[in-house]
Design a protein around this ligand. Sequence first.
Ligand code: 3YP
Ligand code: ZN
Length: 377
Amino acid sequence: MPTGYVHHPHYLWHDTGTSAGLIPAAPLAGVAPGAHIESPDTTRRIHELVHACGLLRDLVPIEPRQATMVELLRVHTGAYVQHLQEQSDLRGGGDAGDGFSPVGRGSAEIARLAAGGLVDLVTAVAEGDVTNGYALLRPPGHHATADTGMGFCLINNIAVAARHAQEELGFARVAVVDVDVHHGNGTQAIFYTDPSVLTISLHQAGCFPPDSGGVEENGAGDGLGYALNVPLPPGSGQAAYLHAMHQVVLPALDRFTPDLILVAAGFDGNAWDPLARQMLCADSYRQIGRLLVDAADRLCHGRLVAAHEGGYNPWYVPHCALAFLEELAGITTPVTDPYAAIAEPYASGPLLPHQREAIDEAAYLVDRIATATNTAA
Ligand code: 3YP
Ligand code: ZN
């Protein structure tokens, strides 16, 4: 069965405003107006590459619609949804909570289109129309908590999709694997006490949010053991990521036996990303993708749905995303990473002792996941 693909022009029209990289322009405070780093450019270039390389014609397009109130309120508070709408209705836009989450005019509706697109992609997987899928959406979601936007994220798309999967599609156990270079704090917080949703985040230690994503954050109450964090030292490359996959992510998935795997697919761990200091190349994302697809094949009939998150190098992220998407589709296109000769030496350094130690600390926690019977039909 084919791979589904969600994209929409409105995703590119989410307007992060006249900013200077991370924050709104503030001329009187010395912050000159310019482009926000979370701009449509990188996302548009991904979509254009997917089209230009020929892969698009083998994907099943899924036309997004806005997430409903019922869908949103499974995750977010009514007060937050209302706040987001009010900010979005302002002529000049606003912010979703932390000052790092610009809301353009109409961005509430666009964020709902992103979440709704992901929900419909999960439904298409459940109904067997597609085996797996990729939602190339903006704005991203993994930092957003129940009651606030954060770190460019407005609605936690993955959390909305996970709850939909549980409540409408009969998937009792959902695993979220977050490979964005920043901590998936919002998704973690939403499911922190819930053992039915396993959250695993691989990220650069102490990058964003500050003081978030330490290995000791392991879930609470009934959910103890069902939040896993692998904070990787800055400078980690492919060896560290693959060690983390083999020592933590795959054993955790094998114990948890999910009915569905959701992937927070950020490509900001690439060696040239401006918002982090990791060392991955496009082939690293291909290998991570392959391992996740294999896990989904082994555990849940291939059911894997990826939601686009971060990635801010406009010329390299598209090749990282294409490599990942090719693995989902099981198709190799004629476009190979044109930067490989210079990217692979960055990525291919050896696993260093301090990286191994950080990963092994997380690996000890995998045993806290109870082995369970897969409840899927
Ligand atoms: C948000 C504000 C400073 C760092 C930035 C991170 C955004 C991101 O890609 N999160 O996954
Ligand atoms: Zn990120």
